[in-house]
Design a protein around this ligand. Structure first.
Ligand SMILES: NC(=O)c1ccc[n+]([C@@H]2O[C@H](COP(=O)([O-])OP(=O)(O)OC[C@H]3O[C@@H](n4cnc5c(N)ncnc54)[C@H](OP(=O)(O)O)[C@@H]3O)[C@@H](O)[C@H]2O)c1
Length: 264
């Protein structure tokens, strides 16, 4: 299968690092012009420079904006007035005692992980339906389904994001625009190595360390290793392609079998 996204413009929120950066690289490799987003102009500039080295000939547009705010969504629109592929990747996470999470923190998780995506969908969906084609992807998490007791606020936001995806897919029914969620599982992003080495023998080489970590602390994973950001990106690139035209309203898993269910 050859995926050709030439002539398409994508916006990947939260793409200065981690899964977002891998998605930006993957879309650019398939020919899309990609908006790289983060809150800080300098960090966005550095990410664009890194991505340009990683994907020679790739086309990247810096989009420095806090897209969790109305103002930030407007700034994104100024930088990229027309978007064919919107990837709502931005997401914050952290653990907290469920009884200690404040109202403000609940609201912050909803604002950043859910409302930011809704706002951008509202902003870009009408243009997509007018043109009769478009792709919207929301990056959810295994925590949307397997709610961790120490991350209820995060789980709630990701479950809500699945609902948002399903609902907007109905809104876009019959237009040529598809809306899907990607359920990412435990992924090898920045900071994760330190976290792993806090829990397993520091002398183990990375490959063995992560396998031990998964066996001991994430035994539900059938993959028994962390997922690489590129593996999430492959699914996003596929769902962004013309070939994925019959997949909409879905939640597709790249979770290494972490969620113990046959249905997605
Ligand atoms: N990592 C995992 O194991 C895992 C598992 C399942 C699902 N996920 C989901 O995958 C997505 C990406 O996770 P990740 O681990 O790759 O994230 P990450 O490494 O923490 O990166 C977050 C990105 O978001 C940007 N960002 C943060 N707040 C922003 C805002 N208000 N406006 C614009 N950009 C903002 C950051 O850029 P600046 O700091 O430069 O602004 C950064 O580029 C999230 O939705 C997460 O919930 C992750």
């Amino acid at each position: 299968m050859r995926i050709d996204l030439a002539g398409r413009t994508a916006l990947v929120t939260g793409s200065t690092q981690g899964i977002g950066a891998a998605i930006a690289a993957g879309l650019a490799r398939s020919g899309a012009r990609v908006g790289v987003n983060g809150r800080d102009e300098q960090r966005v500039g550095e990410a664009v420079a890194r991505l340009a080295t990683e994907v020679p000939g790739g086309s990247f547009v810096p989009v420095a904006a806090d897209v969790a705010s109305e103002e930030g969504a407007r700034q994104a629109l100024e930088a990229l007035p027309q978007v064919d592929i919107l990837v709502n990747n931005l997401g914050i996470f952290g653990s907290a005692d469920p009884l200690d999470i404040s109202d403000d923190e609940w609201r912050r998780y909803f604002e950043v992980n859910v409302l930011a995506a809704v706002r951008l969908i509202r902003q870009y969906l009408p243009g997509m339906t007018e043109r009769g084609r478009g792709r919207i992807l929301n990056i959810a998490s295994d925590s949307a389904i397997v709610i961790p007791a120490e991350m209820i606020h995060y789980g709630m936001s990701k479950t809500a994001l699945l609902a948002v995806g399903r609902g907007f897919a109905k809104e876009a029914a019959g237009t040529g625009v598809t809306v899907n969620s990607v359920i990412a599982g435990p992924t090898h992003t920045g900071g994760v190595e330190d976290f792993v080495y806090e829990l397993v023998d520091r002398d183990l080489p990375w490959d063995e360390a992560q396998r031990e970590f998964m066996r001991e602390h994430r035994p539900q994973s059938l993959l028994q290793r962390l997922i690489e950001p590129e593996e999430i990106a492959h699914m996003v690139v596929y769902l962004s392609s013309d070939q994925a035209s019959a997949t909409t309203g879905g939640a597709l898993r790249v979770d290494g079998g972490y969620v113990d269910s046959i249905l997605p």
